[in-house]
Design a binder for this molecule. Structure first.
Ligand SMILES: *Cc1c(COP(=O)(O)O)cnc(C)c1O
Length: 397
């Protein structure tokens, strides 16, 4: 016997629906199998092919694929010259990696509050956070809507600060007609399975700057080169290599690259479906004053990774936690993206205090992420809407 839902009666569905899920077809599976039958499992032709494809997709000159976006953000910070004692500004409403990349370099993450309408980092708050130590900004396209890049780039370039766009959520999005990946000094992507396209684990850095590109290549692979023009001493023979900078092993495998090449063929289809679901949610929730939906940004043609629903505390007798639990009782498993980073125990140990970014903390208190992914059926989408309506009807003040 199923337990009754918190809002009463039987749950709107009897199987669980999660907030994200990958979609793979037979072509994806075959692409991976083909690599397994080939000579190269890593450092092979699929890496070059994928990097070329990412450049074509975004219009960027150079792409460096990595083991994941966390690695991509780390080498992007290194290439930007972030080091001991520097500061890196980012938003608190993002995944841990957007700030941790500064810590990896010995720098201090500085959090700038969000814009209440867009939920993205507010360029004015960012500008106020700039000090002579600011080396880079990690600007996050939260949910897939592009951060105010024009304003951010103008302020940063005036202050000699490198702009790294963390576009983990926004592959496929266009900002003022330009594809994400072609705008900031460096742009990073994530290909984790919950994101729009996946390679299992995977990431990339895109840039138009050749000097940054050379550095990214070194940092991705042990700081090692086999190019005589980069070496400090004469080659000692055909085997010779030099370590000329700091580096890690942040490489992607050819199996992952082949999977992503095949996934990218489906990006237009994935984008279209995500837009359709977002439009349907917006239409349904616009009729409910108990809820607040995220505004569609002007000038951003967005492929959304997340759909954020906020509850209006004046019009509902339950808080976010109760709403979240009530959704789970309807078998709709929501999530919350994200807990403001500086509230994490590790950051507290570093000296960060609650109250730093009040708008971000307020957003966190009242929001949750609804299921949003390509493979959702129309019925799944209607189930989510039915569950939200049922809970709102039950707890309306
Ligand atoms: C997912 C995500 C990351 C980390 O990506 P990985 O590929 O899992 O390392 C970084 N930033 C944001 C905003 C993300 O959503």
């Amino acid at each position: 016997m199923q337990k009754p839902a918190i809002a009463g009666g039987t749950p709107v569905r009897d199987t669980k629906l999660y907030y994200g899920h990958q979609y793979l077809d037979e072509a994806d599976v075959q692409a991976v199998v083909d690599v397994l039958h080939s000579d190269y499992l890593t450092c092979g032709p699929k890496i070059t092919e994928l990097e070329k494809k990412l450049c074509e997709l975004t219009g960027a000159k150079y792409a460096v694929v990595c083991s994941n976006d966390t690695a991509a953000l780390h080498i992007a910070c290194m290439a930007a010259g972030v080091s001991d004692g520097d500061e890196v500004i980012t938003t608190p409403i993002t995944f841990l990696a957007s700030a941790n990349c500064a810590l990896y370099c010995g720098a201090k993450p500085v959090f700038a509050d969000i814009d209440e309408k867009t939920y993205n980092m507010d360029p004015k708050a960012m500008e106020q956070a700039i000090t002579p130590k600011t080396k880079a900004v990690v600007a996050v396209d939260y949910t897939g809507q592009v951060v105010d890049l024009d304003a951010i780039m103008e302020i940063c370039h005036r202050n000699n600060i490198v702009v790294i766009e963390d576009a983990a959520h926004s592959i496929g999005t266009k900002y003022k007609g330009k594809p994400v990946g072609s705008i900031a000094d460096m742009t990073t992507f994530s290909f984790h399975p919950v994101k729009t396209v996946t390679s299992g684990e995977g990431g990339a850095v895109l840039t138009d700057n050749e000097e940054l590109y050379r550095k990214l290549l070194l940092h991705r692979s042990h700081g090692m080169t086999r190019e005589q023009s980069q070496m400090t001493r004469e080659s000692e023979g055909g085997w010779y290599y030099q370590m000329i900078d700091m580096g890690y092993n942040y490489r992607m495998t050819d199996m992952q690259a082949a999977l992503l090449i095949s996934q990218l063929d489906k990006l237009p289809m994935f984008s279209a479906r995500r837009k359709e679901i977002v439009a349907r949610y917006n239409e349904a929730f616009a009729q409910l004053p108990e809820l607040v939906v995220q505004e569609e940004l002007e000038g951003s043609d967005s492929t959304r990774h997340l759909y954020i629903l906020r509850i209006n505390p004046e019009k509902l007798s339950i808080d976010r936690r109760q709403f979240f639990d009530a959704m789970a009782a309807e078998n709709i498993m929501c999530n919350v993206h994200y807990i403001p980073i500086y509230l994490q125990p590790y950051y507290e140990k570093l000296g960060y205090k609650p109250g730093l970014c009040p708008k971000a903390e307020k957003l966190y208190q009242g929001m949750m992420s609804l299921p949003l992914y390509y493979a959702m059926s129309d019925q799944d989408v209607e189930d989510v809407i039915a569950a939200v309506r049922k809970i709102v009807d039950y707890y309306r003040r």
